[in-house]
Ligand binder design. Structure first.
Ligand code: TRP
Length: 405
């Protein structure tokens, strides 16, 4: 087994002012979450220039803008995965989504856009878990409804462009009921974690449904190749890299902690931050707050109205003052969205300079952001139209992928 960092995964994680966990993301600065501080409290590692240089060197191509711009900013044991890639040894990618709403918002796209880049770059199998069971337990949803939402969300995920021969998407409710291997993996994990640990990591207490308390074993099981014999030909020790937003880290701190006891590799992780709410970077876009989010189903007009009306601006009160003092891009939501979605580095830098100097007005900046986001959403809607129920079924059927083990 490759050498792995000494387990610091389960040390107490305490957050004083910013709150980042699977259920809430909140901070008190309009500049957004202090991600450097989060790395320290979580005990993960910063993605620094040296690591980015290494990725570019071994893949022979520039890294994705989301990585270059620090939106994917933290990792655990990413070097182990890069070592494997250099030695031509196998690993797989695992990401997921909790299907709690009919339509996704722009923030939901980020991990999938980046995961597609990872899949294209490293050419490895990808497993996408849809936790319809999780949403049944946590939300006011029936089993049937959350299972249906999993299929609907799969369409948006597939529309990101994943390769069908190399990607397995599953709903927990469906896969667990037909895979002995997955259930066995869950069981083994359930025997490694006691009530006290589950409560401490996730904040459960004696009033929590017992389904919630054992749910982490389900999200953890997907990080072990033993749960997918059809893909890995029964190989139980294929290492895994998980791209995810950093609020999911508690699940994987737990997973990494127990992995050695199951004689398996600790999964590696690559973490993103959050796309801020329209109203400002103190919270993230949230599907349950309609005016905080731009949905993938929004019309061009809705996108325009939302950005013009709600996007928090770093501009000044009057044009004269703005021209004189310039805008504050560090709190400006339209600018922040451009850092996620405008591909051209030079153009982005020009916008930053012009906004800061006062040459570019808030209205003009918003105009640019509206155009870019309208384009991305329209392209997505076009691709989603082609994702039929038939295509979804193919991605979700239990099968071998285009890799030999
Ligand atoms: N719990 C996640 C959510 O609510 C879904 C999920 C399952 C996930 N497995 C994952 C997310 C792995 C990222 C990586 O959205």
């Amino acid at each position: 087994m490759a050498e792995q960092t000494v387990s610091k995964d389960l040390e107490d994680v305490k957050i004083e002012d910013d709150r980042v966990d699977p259920w809430k993301v909140e901070c008190n600065s309009l500049k957004g979450i202090d991600y450097d501080k989060l790395i320290k409290t979580f005990g993960s590692s910063k993605i620094d220039q040296a690591l980015i240089d290494r990725i570019e060197k071994i893949t022979g191509k520039p890294v994705h803008p989301l990585l270059r711009r620090g939106i994917f900013f933290s990792h655990r044991d990413l070097n182990i995965i890069l070592d494997l890639y250099e030695k031509n040894q196998p690993f797989y990618l695992y990401t997921g989504r909790g299907p709690s709403s009919e339509s996704l918002h722009m923030g939901h796209l980020i991990p999938f856009i980046f995961t597609k880049w990872l899949q294209d770059t490293f050419d490895v199998p990808l497993i996408i878990q849809l936790t319809d069971d999780e949403k049944f337990l946590w939300k006011d949803l029936t089993v049937e409804e959350s299972n249906r939402l999993a299929f609907e969300n799969a369409k948006d995920i597939i529309a990101c462009g994943f390769n069908k021969d190399k990607t397995f998407i599953f709903s927990d409710i469906d896969y667990i009921s037909s895979s002995k291997a997955f259930y066995v993996q869950m069981l083994k994990i359930q025997k490694c974690v006691n009530l006290n640990q589950s409560c401490k990591i996730f904040g459960f207490d004696e009033t929590s449904f017992i389904g919630k308390i054992s749910f982490p074993a389900i999200q953890a099981a997907t990080a072990f190749s033993a749960a997918f014999p059809q893909i890995f030909n029964g190989k139980t020790n294929v290492p895994c890299l998980i791209p995810c937003a950093i609020d999911q880290d508690p699940y994987f701190r737990l997973t990494r902690d127990i992995a050695p006891r199951l004689n398996a590799h600790k999964p590696s992780l690559i973490h993103s931050g959050f796309i801020p709410a329209l109203q400002g970077a103190t919270t993230k876009m949230s599907g349950s707050v309609a005016t905080s989010s731009i949905f993938l189903t929004d019309t061009p007009k809705q996108i325009k109205t939302k950005i013009n009306k709600y996007a928090f601006s770093g501009g000044r009160d009057t044009i004269e003052e703005h021209r004189e003092k310039g805008g504050d891009y560090t709190v400006d939501i339209s600018y922040k969205y451009l850092t996620f979605f405008l591909e051209d580095d030079e153009e982005l830098e020009q916008i930053r300079q012009d906004y800061s100097s006062g040459k570019l007005l808030t209205g003009e900046l918003k105009q640019k952001t509206i155009k870019i986001i309208q384009g991305i959403v329209a392209d997505h809607q076009e691709r989603r139209k082609n994702v039929t129920d038939e295509v979804v079924k193919e991605f979700m059927s239990i099968r071998k992928l285009a890799f030999e083990y």
